[in-house]
Design a protein around this ligand. Structure first.
Ligand code: GLP
Length: 234
C-alpha cells in the first residue's frame, strides 16, 4: 500500500488524476467510480481533460435503495452532473435503487463485475472507515449486497438532504470482495474527520471493524490524503 500525502485537496485530486490518466493511457477500459464530496476535484479534472470514454465502461460502487435515477439525491444524478453529461461512457452502470426484484438486481450487478472486471477503482472513505457502503462488521468475503446504513453514515450523509429523516436507510453496494477484484485502487480522503479512519486503515490490524483495512492485502493500492487526514499517522 502506497500512501501519498499532499498539502491540499487540489493537489490530491491532481495526483489521483495522474494515476487515472496513466491507467487510461495503459489501456484501462473499465473504471470503478465513487460518489461523495471527495472525488469532486478529480471529476472536474477529468471533465476538463481530453480523455474520451466512448469505448469505456463505468461501474459505480453503490446507490440508495428507494431513489429513482432522476432524484436529485441519487448517485445516478450525481454521476450525470459530475461526469457523464460531459464525458459519456459506452455504458455506465449503477445499481437500480427502485429494483423490485432486489436479489435479481444484486446478482446482475455482481455478474457485471465478471463481465467487465474493473481495471481502475476510485474510492472515498467513510469517517467510520467504510468503503462503498460496506459498513463496519461487513465480512471481507461480501459481494454486492443490500446494506442497512449505519447511523453514523446516515448522519454524515444527511448534509445532502433536507434532514436526517430523508436519508434512505438502505443502499445497494458492491461488496468488499467485489472491490478487491479491481486491478488498481486509488482511495482519496480529506480532512480531520477522516484522520482516525485513515490511521486505522493504514496502520491498524486488518479487521472487519475497519472495512477499508482489507486494502492492506491488495497488491496495487494508493492512498492519497491531505495533511489533516494524515494527522494521526506515525
Ligand atoms: C458515502 C459513499 C462512499 C463515500 C463516503 C464518503 O457514504 N457511499 O462511497 O466514499 O460516503 O463521503 P464523502 O466523500 O462525502 O466524505
Amino acid at each position: 500500500m502506497k500512501v501519498i500525502i499532499k498539502s491540499s485537496e487540489h493537489d490530491c485530486a491532481q495526483e489521483a488524476f495522474s494515476l487515472f490518466q496513466n491507467a487510461y493511457q495503459n489501456g484501462a477500459k473499465h473504471f470503478g467510480l465513487a460518489t461523495g464530496t471527495t472525488p469532486l476535484g478529480l471529476y472536474e479534472l477529468i471533465r476538463n481533460s481530453n480523455m474520451d470514454f466512448s469505448d469505456c465502461i463505468s461501474i459505480n460502487l453503490d446507490e440508495y435503495v428507494g431513489l429513482s435515477r432522476d432524484n436529485a439525491h441519487s448517485y445516478h444524478h450525481y454521476m450525470k452532473e459530475q461526469l457523464f453529461a460531459v464525458k459519456p461512457f459506452k455504458h455506465s452502470f449503477l445499481p437500480n435503487g427502485l429494483a423490485t426484484d432486489e436479489q435479481g438486481e444484486i446478482d446482475a450487478y455482481e455478474q457485471l463485475l465478471s463481465t467487465y472486471p474493473i481495471d481502475f477503482q476510485i474510492l472515498g472513505l467513510g469517517s467510520n472507515a467504510h468503503i462503498g457502503f460496506n459498513e463496519p462488521g461487513t465480512p471481507f468475503t461480501q459481494t454486492t449486497h443490500k446494506v442497512k446504513l449505519a447511523d453514523a453514515t446516515i448522519r454524515a450523509n444527511s448534509r445532502f438532504f433536507e434532514n436526517e429523516q430523508e436519508v434512505p436507510q438502505y443502499a445497494f453496494s458492491m461488496g468488499l470482495a467485489s472491490i478487491m477484484k479491481a486491478k488498481e485502487i486509488v482511495l482519496l480522503a480529506f480532512g480531520r474527520n477522516k484522520a482516525q479512519a485513515v490511521a486505522d486503515l493504514v496502520q491498524g490490524p486488518v479487521t472487519v471493524d475497519v472495512p477499508a483495512s482489507i486494502l492492506q492485502t491488495h497488491p496495487n493500492v494508493t492512498i492519497i490524503i491531505d495533511e489533516q487526514a494524515a494527522s494521526l499517522l506515525h
